[in-house]
Write a protein that binds this ligand. Sequence first.
Ligand SMILES: [Zn+2]
Length: 351
Amino acid sequence: MAGTKEALMRGVWCAHKPIGYDKIVINGETKLVVNNEGKLLRKAFYWKVNENLNSEQCVARLANMGLKVSHQKMSTIFRNPFYCGMISHNLLEGKLVEGKHEKLISKEIFLKVNEIQNKNSFGYKQTPEQINIPLKVFVKCAKCGTGLTGYVVKRKNLWYYKCRSKGCCVNKSSEALNGLFENVLTDFTLDMQNADLMVELLKTEFDDRSRDNAETVMLLKEQYQEINRKLERLEERFMSEEITKELYLKYAEKHKEEQVKIQRDLQQFELGTSNSEDCARLIVGYAQDLRKTWLSGDYVDRQKLQNYLFPKGIPYCKDSGLVRTEDFNSVFLWITRKQGDLGQKNAASQV
Ligand SMILES: [Zn+2]
C-alpha cells in the first residue's frame, strides 16, 4: 500500500484504468493513453460546453456513434478529474495530484462541464491581488509603454492600476479597467452558427500552416538553443571572474528578453501542430465567448488567454481608454475573416 501511495503521489495511476484509456508499454514504462472510446468521450465534454447538451443527450449521441455508456456512467465520467489529467484516490486523502497520463480534456473544459467557477477545488489559492488586478503588466501605459502596476487602498479595499513613470499620471480603478478589457473581449467574440464547420476549416488551416512553418519553427528553436549556449558561456565567464556582475546581469537580461520574444513567436507558429483537431475545437469553443472564458479562469488562465490574444499586451490611454491594436492573435484574426466570408456565402445562397 505504501508503494501504491508513493506511485500516486508521483502522478502514476495504478488502479483500474478508467474507460477511454488503454495501457501501453513504451521502453519498459507503462503508459495510459487515450483510445478510440476516449476520443468519443472527449466529444461529449465538448458537446456539453459548446452546445449545452445534457448528459442524456450526450449518451444518445455517443450511442449513435457506436459507444454505449449508461446514464450513470456518463455522469461519473463528467465528474472524474482523471480526464483532465488530475489524480484523486482514497490513499491521497482528498489531495489532487497532477497525473502522468495523457489528458483527455483540459482543466478549463473539465471545470466548465462541472460549472466550477474557481479552482479552489483543485487546491489553488488565489491572492486578492491576483483576483483584483489580473491585467497588471499586461496593460501598457500608452504614453511611455511600461506595463501598469497595481496597488490597493486598504482602508476601502479598492484596487487600482497605475503607471510608475514620472509625469504619466495614469491611475485607474481596477474594476473600471477590467470592465474595459471585458468590452474588448466582447467585441471580438464571434457569433458562430456553424461551429463544426469552423472547426473543420481551422483544422485544415492548422495543418497547412504547420507544413509551411516547419522550417521557421526549426530555425526559431535553433536560435533559442544558441541563446542558451550564450547564457551558459556568460555564466562561466562570470563564475571565473572574467566579467563583472554588472556586465553579467546586463547581458543575461538582454539574452533572456530575446528568448521571451522567440518563445512568443514559437507559440504562434507551433499552435495546432501537435493535435490540430483538438486545438481547433478548443479555440472555436473559446472564440464563441471570450469574455466568459476569461472571467471563468483563474489568474493563470486569464494571463494565458490575455497574452495569447494580445501577444504584446494592450495599451491604455487616459483619454481614449484601451487602444485596439493591430497586434491581435493571428488565429483569432483568421477566424474573424473566415466568419466574414461564410456570412457572405450564406447571404448569397439565400438570394
Ligand atoms: Zn507611463
